[in-house]
Design a protein around this ligand. Structure first.
Ligand SMILES: [Fe+2]
Ligand SMILES: [Fe+2]
Length: 266
């Protein structure tokens, strides 16, 4: 656990050491904290869950599947009482993102679910539906006790029609869900070499992401944001020096229907 006078910012990301038995702080200051919670499972498709704490607000981003729940719960409990969780952000409905929704709502019955309408219609299929839901397409900014905010950015067809990303205005981190996800058997918390990382991004994006139009449309929405780091749901975190190259990667991406129907693609 950190001491109250410690701070961690994006410039520290490449030096952060993981203790696999503890939550890993990615950003810490007096009023605002971001943690990587795991998952520690060693597969190419390993998942990242995150926690954002700001005053009395604590939101889990992409809590993960049911079998991850005990581990994510333990990591959260090392930071705060799990029943104090105030929000669950689900960037889309896939089981690797959201299947633990009912376990979390049992632990934190007052938690609100932050997601898009297209995701919200599917989440109850995990077995619970009686929860307060915030539509992030109409409430696109969530003000936090510190005075900062989370901003929700639509990412249609990346890969789900109702996908979105969450921008933390305080840390200036973009929690991007499946966007910038990478498949990697030699995983590190933070990307070491972005040129090599492109291949690992390709392994996910070429098949899962809809098209260059979808990718470029999303990047255009990010134009006015000052992004220090990108925190995806799979693969490694992209730290400040690599963010411009990561934006370019998405801007130039040929994927999905561009590849499936090349003769129809301009
Ligand atoms: Fe997904
Ligand atoms: Fe995913």
């Amino acid at each position: 656990m950190h001491t109250s006078d410690s701070t961690i910012g994006s410039h520290d990301l490449k030096n952060i050491e993981i203790d696999i038995n503890r939550p890993t702080p990615l950003f810490l200051d007096k009023n605002h904290e971001v943690y990587w919670l795991g998952i520690t499972q060693e597969t190419a498709f390993r998942c990242n869950s995150y926690l954002i704490r700001d005053g009395d607000q604590a939101l889990i981003v992409d809590a993960g599947n049911r079998s991850f729940f005990p581990q994510v719960h333990e990591r959260v409990a090392q930071i705060l009482e799990p029943q104090a969780i105030t929000g669950l952000i689900f960037c889309h409905q896939d089981p690797d993102v959201a299947a633990s929704i009912c376990e979390w709502l049992e632990q934190a019955p007052d938690a609100r679910v932050y997601t898009t309408p297209r995701t919200q219609v599917l989440l109850p299929h995990y077995g619970c539906s009686d929860y307060p839901y915030v539509d992030v397409t109409t409430t696109s900014r969530l003000t936090l006790p510190s005075g900062s905010a989370l901003r929700f950015i639509d990412a249609p067809y990346l890969h789900s029609p109702g996908a979105f990303a969450t921008y933390d205005e305080h840390a200036r981190y973009l929690l991007s869900g499946d966007i910038w996800a990478a498949l990697d058997t030699d995983w590190t918390l933070v990307v070491r070499d972005f040129e090599q990382h492109r291949n690992l991004l390709d392994l996910f994006h070429l098949d899962y992401m809809a098209s260059n139009v979808a990718a470029r449309g999303f990047v255009n929405q990010l134009d006015k944001l000052d992004i220090e780091a990108i925190l995806p749901q799979h693969g490694s975190i992209i730290s400040p020096p690599d963010v411009p190259a990561a934006l370019d990667y998405l801007r130039n991406l040929r994927c999905g229907t561009d590849i499936a129907y090349p003769d129809l693609t301009p």
